[in-house]
Design a protein around this ligand. Structure first.
Ligand SMILES: [Zn+2]
Ligand SMILES: [Zn+2]
Length: 144
């Protein structure tokens, strides 16, 4: 007998089974937080509202072959890419798409980037070089 709590997440369990069948190259394991760990592990959990979409988003990262990224701007780009892929997958697996949820997720990355790129000295938006360091156009020109 299944208890009620497990019953609620029947959809995500079914979806994971279908995905594992369709994409046997990826390994799906349960963990604390949804994530894609390159090259082939998708971590699932906790099972909460919109977890099907989140799962498809992580599958999106996997299918796009996302690995690591050096620049935070690249991070925003791959998050967008993974959501585009997730939307295509959602149509295939008949998972309802919630635009608000997706935009909220993307906003949290934009906000994170905005905070991270602010110069702690003068508040100006800094830029990041390929060595992943941030530079402030104002403060660094004075320092030089
Ligand atoms: Zn992501
Ligand atoms: Zn500055």
């Amino acid at each position: 007998m299944q208890n009620d709590k497990e019953e609620d997440f029947g959809n995500i369990k079914k979806l994971i089974k279908m995905v594992q069948h369709d994409y046997p190259q990826f390994r799906v394991i349960e963990g604390k937080k949804f994530a894609f760990r390159p090259p082939k592990t998708i971590i699932v959990g906790p099972f909460a509202p919109f977890c099907e979409l989140t799962f498809l988003h992580e599958l999106g990262h996997a299918l796009c072959g996302h690995k690591c990224f050096r620049l935070d701007l690249e991070r925003i780009k791959i998050e967008n890419e993974a959501w585009d892929k997730a939307k295509a997958l959602a149509a295939i697996y008949k998972v309802p798409i919630d635009e608000d949820y997706i935009q909220d997720e993307l906003d949290s990355y934009r906000e994170w980037l905005h905070k991270k790129s602010r110069c702690p000295n003068c508040g100006l938006t800094r830029y990041q070089t390929t060595d992943s360091l941030y530079h402030c156009p104002r403060c660094e020109s004075f320092a030089g």
